[in-house]
Design a protein around this ligand. Structure first.
Ligand code: SF4
Length: 200
């Protein structure tokens, strides 16, 4: 494990708390700020890599490998969610023509965060959160609203954060480069891949 540099202090915006927290992780670069910041706040953090939305499978594997590399750097733990993209397509394909930021993305957030909340509830996590709000292309208020609603249904406490605050996104880009983490150039699904969108 590499030593954790002081620059790991992220843009946390809450008082330190403790307890087991399941952190939904969509990719290693986006996790490089929230994950250590929540550990630093005093949470007992376990990452949850989950993404039926990610396409194609080779890309999912590359992102998983990068999350494993980050786990080694941080000396932390990861749960690797199963990968069944057919579940995602069954829900989202009707919205294939939506632009990034539209209804398909709201559904995609809901699928990811409901899976996270369900896993957290089944496995005794008191808290859940996500790395998604580090993206400059996503609506953090919507993500936090969806995450909180998903958690309410499972009796888990949502930890709302806006990770892009305080130059969080820029910090994540720098860390990814410094630590040699694979960083993709599109959001994740087949429709964002086709459109060649910038990473969000
Ligand atoms: S663009 Fe990103 S957030 Fe939107 S549906 Fe595709 S993977 Fe999900």
């Amino acid at each position: 494990m590499r030593p954790m540099p002081n620059s790991l202090r992220g843009p946390a915006d809450a008082s330190p708390r403790g307890g087991r927290l399941l952190l939904h992780v969509c990719c290693a670069p986006d996790a490089s700020v929230p994950w250590p910041a929540l550990m630093d706040e005093g949470f007992d953090v376990c990452a949850f890599f989950y993404g039926d939305n990610i396409h194609p499978e080779d890309e999912w594997r590359r992102r998983l490998d990068a999350v494993r590399a980050l786990r080694e750097i941080l000396g932390a733990s990861v749960v690797e969610g199963d990968y069944r993209p057919s579940r995602w397509f069954a829900e989202a394909s009707a919205l294939s023509g939506e632009p990034e930021g539209g209804r398909r993305c709201a559904l995609c957030f809901s699928l990811q965060l409901t899976a996270t909340a369900g896993y957290a509830a089944k496995n005794g996590f008191r808290y859940a959160g996500t790395t998604l709000t580090i993206s400059p292309h996503k609506d953090p208020a919507l993500i936090n609203e969806i995450g909180a609603a998903a958690c309410r249904g499972f009796g888990v406490e949502w930890v709302p954060r806006v990770w892009r605050k305080g130059d969080g996104f820029k910090l994540s880009v720098g860390r990814s480069r410094e630590w040699g983490l694979y960083r993709q150039n599109y959001c994740g699904c087949a429709y964002s891949f086709r459109g060649g969108e910038e990473k969000g």
